[in-house]
Design a protein around this ligand. Structure first.
Ligand code: P6P
Length: 334
């Protein structure tokens, strides 16, 4: 086996940056191990009897898939004893998860969407795990509360995702660029396969759920209409559309070849503040996209600058190629 493993990469990072402590390195390796286990279960699919609904709903009121619950359990069980975390929060759990008294507590707060895009699971389309790491601000002696998690995205010390597709990839930022690892299934190691991913500033590819068109606000109507007019319209070039309905898959495509991803505020989601969740979808993805030279806004303001008000709050998301996201944001502000 030649190449740089995730562990080797993290040791090098720790050597060059005091910000990467032993605990953070341990946490990231732990997350990677959990993602490997999630990937194994996804890969087995029907054979392991893990497809279909769990028969329960999550805090969002969405029907949970068996793999949603299983992925959440894997992440919780694999992290609670490693001494790096003060607490955890998940899309699948209403309340934060406190580290049981028998285990040591650490200074980090871990947030995750254990299986994003799980509606695609039963039709064998790529899904992913999204995670975000914050440093706890309150003194260690105090029992963690949900308020400890309510920090702006700029406070993230690490963010990333695993995408379970033709390959299982782990894409990671520690605040110094975005690097990609491919799982070598033979050795069970994540191998460094792409360094310093960059989002091209321009693109001819957009991602949005067009079935919501009649609910969009005027700036989004205008922007998409111009794209659809192609070379005959004001943009004077043709555009292509992709919508996987799995944010991890769409964002990975954008980190790889550019594009603009939009889940904007619309009349259907306005009352809830949007569709996607700030703490464990929008913020980690915004961190990755910005670290790769892209831009991530709500359509009106920088996502990572938002002061969260509740753990499961939702926000509109417009992210990807700088010049396109800035154009969408400009239309909103005109
Ligand atoms: P829609 C998946 O449920 C998710 O949270 C994101 O991964 C994805 O981008 C979006 O929702 C898809 O939403 O309305 O197209 O099903």
């Amino acid at each position: 086996m030649t190449g740089v493993t995730l562990s080797h990469y993290l040791v090098d990072k720790q050597r060059s940056s005091p910000l990467i402590t032993h605990e953070l390195r341990l946490l990231i390796e732990n997350i990677a191990t959990a993602c490997k286990a999630i990937g194994v279960n996804i890969g087995k699919g029907a054979i392991a009897g893990v497809l279909g609904h769990a028969g329960t709903d999550n805090v969002q009121g969405e029907a949970q898939k068996k793999l949603d619950v299983l992925s959440n359990d894997i992440l919780i069980r694999s992290k609670r004893a490693n001494g790096t975390l003060a607490a955890m929060a998940s899309e699948e759990m209403e309340e934060i998860y406190h580290i049981p008294a028998e285990y040591p507590r650490g200074d980090f707060l871990l947030l995750f969407d254990p299986l994003d895009g799980s509606s695609n699971i039963d039709v064998n389309i790529s899904v992913g795990t999204i995670f975000s790491v914050l440093r706890r601000k309150a003194p260690k002696v105090k029992k963690p509360t949900a308020e400890d998690f309510l920090q702006p995205g700029t406070q993230q010390v690490c963010a990333g995702y695993a995408v379970y597709g033709p390959s299982t990839l782990l894409v990671l930022t520690l605040g110094d660029g975005v690097d990609c690892f491919t799982l070598d299934r033979e050795y069970g190691e994540f191998m460094l396969t792409e360094e310093r991913m960059q989002v091209p500033e321009d693109t001819q590819e957009f991602a949005i759920n067009m079935s919501n068109q009649r609910f969009w606000e005027a700036p989004v109507q205008r922007y998409i209409e111009e794209l659809l007019m192609g070379s005959a319209g004001p943009r004077e070039k043709d555009f292509n559309m992709r919508w996987v309905a799995s944010m991890v898959a769409d964002v990975h495509r954008i980190l790889t070849r550019g594009g603009v991803f939009m889940y904007p505020l619309d009349s259907k989601t306005r009352a809830k503040g949007g569709k996607l969740r700030l703490m464990y979808e929008a913020n980690p993805m915004a961190f990755l996209v910005e670290q790769a030279g892209g831009v991530a806004t709500t359509g009106r303001e920088r996502i990572m600058g938002l002061q969260p008000t509740e753990l499961h709050q939702r926000v509109p998301v417009v992210l990807g190629s700088k010049n396109e996201v800035e154009r969408v944001t400009r239309y909103h502000l005109e």
